[in-house]
Write a protein that binds this ligand. Structure first.
Ligand SMILES: [Zn+2]
Length: 417
């Protein structure tokens, strides 16, 4: 039997089983009794609700992967990729355009497969718990906007990579890496002003107590603010968030309107101080660097496998092509990308502690950050007691109780001198 086929099937089945184990452990790890830290802001009924929300989401994810995995495996074994390739070739275009048709058809297929799940998630689960604000119209418009951005931004990048691997021989990965990196950096600068406004409305924060408090904190920290914006997150969901985006002239802090609604000025400044902490500690730069390095690694490994006849045979292909090689490589690469994402997550969790510490040290109100974090967790029905394995594999943020503990410890030790 073809070694690539054995390997890819083992990876797919293995990932599926690992996923089930992690989710089961996570469910079993849920504590029936409300943690002491939350007795002042969670009533027992709402805590029960958060448990139901967790169960329902877990079941949903398991059903989704139980449908998804077998379909992909059957499609692969039945020669589906070859059929799509023959259809793409029937247009008689060159290799780059055929590649775009091939990947485009696969992407549409994935979207169709995914659509019932995302409809159910948004309009059934999220609605049941009072989170959903997305109208059917917004949902459909988002879908088209998403495709518009994919075609305008994604397609040229993919076409570029195809072109480099078609044209430039053994150093293709290096050229492709350079090109992808340039595009990635340009996008980081322009996405907040060009792409994000396609989906949401950003408005400068209006004058008032909050703006004054933010400006005086930023001024005291010698932080040059390029703008504090509010975003109409309430258009899609009642869940709230804050984030930092863009670089240089386009650098901005964004607060969801839903966040402003539910938090005191002190909490909001503390949350913002946390976001500034990410910036001051150069966390964003470090992630960009990691992403550039891992892209290079991926493209290099890709160059080793891209035209291996055995790989094409595993997928039942009649023709060898750069574009199909890249798609198939995605299957081979998934264990490596899982390892990378686990490393990135663990780094990200460390950065969260650092940013919390920064906020507490500079704003001087750890309690404001703690109560802000608690309100966020309650409003978003976050799992307060996730299983450590789930955290290790998937969490980009530490569980909220760990963050609160770290903040209290730091406050305690600095009070003692
Ligand atoms: Zn953070």
């Amino acid at each position: 039997m073809n070694p690539y086929l054995v390997f890819i099937l083992a990876i797919m089945v293995g990932t599926f089983i690992l996923n089930i184990i992690v989710e089961k452990l996570n469910l079993r790890h849920f504590r029936e009794t409300l943690p002491d830290e939350f007795t002042d802001c969670y009533d027992p009924e709402k805590y029960q609700q958060s448990q139901r929300y967790l169960r329902e989401n877990t079941r949903f994810e398991l059903v989704q992967s139980s449908v998804h995995t077998p379909i992909v495996i059957v499609f692969m074994l039945a020669g589906g990729f070859n059929c799509v390739d023959l259809a793409a070739r029937s247009f008689g275009c060159g290799p780059v355009l055929s590649g775009l048709i091939f990947t485009g058809m696969l992407a549409v297929g994935m979207q169709v497969l995914d659509l019932p799940f995302s409809i159910y998630d948004t309009f059934v689960i999220e609605s049941r718990y009072g989170f959903n604000k997305t109208t059917v119209k917004t949902f459909i418009v988002d879908l088209f906007k998403g495709w518009g951005v994919t075609i305008l931004v994604g397609a040229p990048i993919i076409a570029g990579v195809f072109w480099f691997f078609e044209q430039t021989g053994s150093l293709a990965w290096l050229y492709a890496w350079g090109a992808v990196t340039v595009v990635q950096i340009v996008l980081m600068f322009v996405a907040p002003v060009v792409i994000m406004p396609i989906f949401n409305t950003f408005e400068p924060l209006e004058d008032g107590e909050l703006k004054q408090a933010i400006e005086s904190y930023a001024h005291a920290r010698n932080f040059k603010l390029k703008g504090v914006y509010t975003m109409d997150g309430s258009r899609r969901s009642t869940k709230s968030n804050a984030f930092f985006t863009g670089f240089g002239k386009f650098r901005r802090i964004v607060l969801f309107d839903t966040l402003i609604e539910k938090h005191s000025v002190d909490e909001l400044v503390a949350i913002l101080a946390h976001e500034m902490g990410h910036f001051k500690k150069r966390h964003i730069h470090k992630f960009v660097l990691i992403s550039i390095i891992s892209t290079g690694l991926m493209l290099y490994i890709l160059s080793l496998f891209i035209t291996s006849p055995d790989l094409f045979q595993a997928f039942g292909m009649e023709h060898i092509s750069v574009y199909a090689g890249i798609v198939f490589f995605g299957f081979l690469y998934s264990p490596i990308s899982m390892v990378i994402s686990t490393i990135v997550n663990s780094l990200s969790r460390r950065f969260e502690y650092e940013a919390d510490r920064y906020a507490a040290d500079t704003y001087g109100k750890p309690d404001a950050l703690i109560s802000g974090l608690k309100t966020l967790s309650v409003d978003n029905l976050s799992n307060l007691t996730p299983h450590p394995l789930k955290v290790w594999l998937e969490y980009s943020h530490p569980p909220v109780l760990d963050r609160i503990r770290a903040l209290r410890n730091a406050a305690g030790s600095s009070a003692q001198g």
